[in-house]
Design a protein around this ligand. Structure first.
Ligand code: ADP
Ligand code: MG
Length: 329
């Protein structure tokens, strides 16, 4: 697919300090998102997916040190002031958070929150804002949408709150959507509706998407490309069909283990034996080496860089033996 990158992330490093310890949550993360492109971000819990989204949006620097480059339509965001970032958040780049309760304001009605977003980021008239608010609640599958505008977040069930948050994120038609496990809490039918809505906006409005998910079925069905994260780094990325059909990294192979062919919806990531390394005590070499059946001394001693192995695939592995069809490296 021919795409102009709207987001270019290069060498992103995010480090938290906690009790005198340094936690390198992201280490040299690089990727791009094109106009209308859906990039999947997968990996075990704690691998840095949410921190990646928060770092892109300029939220992680409130808690840690963020270095590297995040270019949004050519502008560097890392060095922008909070004031200059504010108009970009919500209007250009919107985020669906993993925890809906922390991002909805409990003191404002759902209608007020939708209208506030539309007021800040669009030129719509008062009447058009109300119509748009109802339309968005309707689109995300909230029954009797018009009558729910005056309800507060606590009057919605967990799944409904998630939908409200998605409605708010999508209301101002952002150019990039950062979706952090957006449908995990929802039932299959609603999940399919919301993914359809996101995909439709992505293709109609050329909205780029970074989709964080634990569900390989969602990746297979919605993403153009996928990046696999392990211990704060991207270890493999490429076109989704190629990566799922022929994973090169032993970690990706592990994730795919329970899904030999034809990934169905609700396919959860396989649990790989062993535990992810503590970020405070990362091994000097490949962070996955202690869990990797194919690891050698080189893997334990030196960290493999993420390198191009074919036209549009990248891999950080010295010893990609575990693949099914031979390696391009
Ligand atoms: P996930 O891939 O599950 O979304 P996260 O990106 O949330 O993982 O977290 C990556 C690592 O960063 C975890 O070890 C987490 O504990 C740590 N982390 C995230 N946010 C903070 C914070 N505000 N302060 C300290 N550590 C954090
Ligand atoms: Mg997360």
């Amino acid at each position: 697919m021919e795409q102009t990158p709207i987001l270019e992330v290069e060498g992103l490093c995010t480090t938290f300090g906690r009790g005198g310890q340094t936690l390198p949550a992201l280490r040299d993360v690089s990727f791009t998102v094109g106009e209308g492109e859906v990039l999947g971000l997968v990996g075990e819990s704690g691998s840095g997916k949410s921190v990646t989204l928060r770092s892109v949006l300029g939220l992680a620097r409130r808690y840690g040190e963020v270095t590297g480059s995040v270019r949004w339509q050519g502008q560097e965001l890392i060095t922008k002031s909070e004031r200059d970032l504010r108009p970009i958040r919500g209007r250009d780049i919107a985020m669906i958070f993993q925890e809906p309760m922390t991002s909805l304001n409990p003191l404002l009605t759902v209608g007020q929150q939708l209208v506030e977003t539309l007021q800040a980021h669009t030129d719509l008239s008062r009447k058009a804002r109300r119509d748009r608010a109802i339309e968005m609640l309707d689109l995300v599958g909230i029954p009797a949408a018009a009558s729910r505008l005056t309800d507060y977040p606590h009057q919605f069930s967990g799944g409904m709150r998630q939908r409200v948050m998605i409605a708010i994120a999508l209301a101002a038609s952002p150019k990039l959507l950062l979706a952090d496990e957006p449908t995990t809490a929802l039932d299959v039918t609603i999940q399919a509706q919301i993914l359809d809505l996101i995909l439709r906006l992505s293709s109609d409005m050329k909205m780029g998407v970074i989709m964080v998910t634990h569900d390989l079925g969602v990746v297979a069905q919605t993403c153009d490309r996928v990046a696999v994260m392990y211990a704060g780094r991207i270890v493999e990325q490429g076109p989704v069909r190629q990566v799922l059909r022929d994973p090169h990294h032993a970690y990706t192979v592990g994730l795919m283990q329970s899904v030999p062919e034809g990934v169905a919806p609700r396919t959860q990531l396989y649990s790989i034996p062993g535990t992810p390394p503590s970020l405070a005590h990362l091994p000097p070499g490949c962070a996955f080496a202690p869990r990797c059946a194919a690891s050698t001394e080189a893997c334990l001693a030196t960290r493999p860089a993420l390198l191009r192995v074919s036209e549009d695939r990248q891999l950080a592995c010295f010893n990609p033996k575990n693949q099914t069809k031979g390696c391009a490296a």
